[in-house]
Design a protein around this ligand. Sequence first.
Ligand SMILES: O=C(O)c1ccccc1NCC(=O)[C@H](O)[C@H](O)COP(=O)(O)O
Length: 267
Amino acid sequence: MIKNILDKIVQQKRLEVAQARKQSPEAVLSASEFFSRDTISLKENLQREGSTGIIAEFKRKSPSKGWINQEADVEEVTAAYTKYGASCLSVLTDRDFFGGSDKDLIAARKNNIPILRKEFIIDEYQLLEAKAIGADVVLLIAACLPPQRVKELAKFAKKLSLEVLLELHAEAELQHICDEVDFVGINNRNLKTFEVDVEHSVRLMQKLPAGKICIAESGIDNADVVIALRNKGFQGFLIGENFMKHQNPGLAFKEYVEQLKQKQHES
Ligand SMILES: O=C(O)c1ccccc1NCC(=O)[C@H](O)[C@H](O)COP(=O)(O)O
């Protein structure tokens, strides 16, 4: 029985992985021009003095909103995100639910900042793919994986020099946190109702073990929220729709960062 959207997405991923493995076996992936490149560290970027901490997402559509920006040009948008101070790019590579593709990430790779492959990872093959298309960071979603699989996949990612963001939605998933993950993300979007509540990340953060870099995800719609979350100890802020809903997401990002800097200066 399908319980929420993630179950549906994971079902689709199983089919996609089986098909992709036939089309491009591991040896093909490891021959990619990006496979041997040195990855760029998000950890270092987030800890850099003056970092905005913003992980700016290229997101054309979503299960909760349908099409957000069907026309957006990935090269143009990610270049602007980079130019105006993103600490990292997040690129959705899922086609069916988010309108993304591996090609989008390859296009975003022209920018010299870390890139998160935003994907629903259930298999080591997808980590090889991430490396082959030029990602630096991968996402593991606790709600899709048992704790032991998080550990195995995170270990495999580290061998490929990929940093790992573990995403939590609920307190019951705290047991998924392991030494191999670099960042713990708390997603504010309820997967059953799609409601977003930024206070969710604040509440759950208080239960996290010390020592992990925390990233707040979803529904962060203004600079005041970033400041409030930073004051609570978050170092990263994953933001998609708030920029992508504008005709010119890069300009929306620029204005957001200007507001953030202005407010930080005043406080
Ligand atoms: O965005 C959705 O509707 C969604 C539905 C089901 C699973 C994941 C979903 N989003 C993935 C994300 O984590 C967000 O794209 C990311 O946190 C940015 O969120 P936002 O700033 O609210 O676009």
